[in-house]
Write a protein that binds this ligand. Structure first.
Ligand code: AMP
Length: 281
């Protein structure tokens, strides 16, 4: 397994792979890998001749006062996990390599970026779309794999890929969870033991919402209000959003149907956690 840190070296490697007509599958991440990331790598390993993992804590997707500086990083441990998962190349450029002096080009997807995480993190998806399109251009994958954990991100990337005619197949993979239900996240390391317990309120809200729907409740306003009441009982929890949206448009729904996804963002202490799931399956 190679670790490549410059765009030019990455481009050279891609050119040699493509010269032999081999396919590239690609998993973009911010590193500090966990089993959720590994599940994406395993899916990628099965689909392409070569597997590229990017590890890049992308400054342009973090807002003022967010955790860019504190975001956990451990390239050595990530390399071990990546090697075991069959990664051929880790692309881990420094920020200056991706955004040299004079950098001035950004990719903005309209509409679906304006709700949910887009509303509470202005500029976040502009940063995500910019870096993902740059990575697609550098790595030229035929297949790119993302997690459903970042449900809106996946929808935004699909929109961007279609709109810009990028020749990449976008694949979404299920949320990988801890045995007690907490969605795996690099940010879970921020949680104290007490907060870790309270963080279960996200996955519990999903289970509760499914239960309510299964017993015949379909009025979104009622379901949301019951969930919010439960979440507010956790002293460490502060709701960013709890919404039930159509899976494709991400617009709020009034009544639950087969396209309904519950999406939550809740601060547990200072840590902002997200989770989501379909309500009928
Ligand atoms: P991140 O490093 O957190 O930016 O995530 C990189 C990719 O891994 C994104 O496509 C995420 O949606 C995905 N991912 C993060 N956590 C999980 C998880 N628990 N299960 C599945 N995919 C995940």
């Amino acid at each position: 397994m190679k670790i490549i840190k410059t765009v030019s070296e990455m481009q050279q490697w891609v050119a040699t792979v493509r010269a032999t007509a081999q396919t590239i599958s690609f998993v973009p991440t911010m590193g500090f890998l966990h089993q959720g990331h590994v599940s994406l790598l395993e899916a990628g390993r099965q689909r392409g001749d070569k597997l590229v993992l990017s590890i890049f804590v992308n400054p342009t997707q973090f807002g003022q006062g967010e955790d860019f500086e504190d975001y956990p990083r451990d390239l050595q441990q990530d390399s071990q996990l990546a090697a075991t998962a069959g990664v051929d190349v880790i692309f881990a450029p420094p920020a200056k390599e991706m955004y040299p002096n004079g950098y001035a080009t950004y990719v903005d997807v309209e509409g679906i970026t304006e709700t949910l995480c887009g509303a509470s993190r202005p500029g976040h998806f502009r940063g995500v779309c910019t870096v993902v399109s740059k990575l697609f251009n550098i790595i030229q994958p035929q297949i790119a794999i993302f997690g459903n954990k970042d449900f809106q991100q996946l929808a935004v990337i699909k929109r961007m890929t279609t709109d810009l005619n990028l020749p990449v197949e976008i694949i979404g993979r299920p949320i990988f969870r801890e045995p007690d239900g907490l969605a795996m996240s690099s940010r879970n390391v921020y949680l104290t033991a007490e907060q870790r317990v309270q963080a279960l309120v996200l996955s519990q809200s999903l289970a509760r919402a499914k239960e309510l729907v299964a017993t015949g409740q379909t009025a979104v306003a009622d379901i949301i209000s019951q969930l919010k009441t439960e979440i507010d009982k956790r002293p460490a929890a502060r709701i960013d959003y709890v919404q039930i949206c159509h899976q494709l448009t991400l617009q709020d729904q009034h009544t639950v149907d087969n396209d309904s996804v519950l999406l939550l963002a809740v601060y547990i202490g200072k840590t902002r956690l997200i989770d989501n799931g379909f309500l009928l399956d």
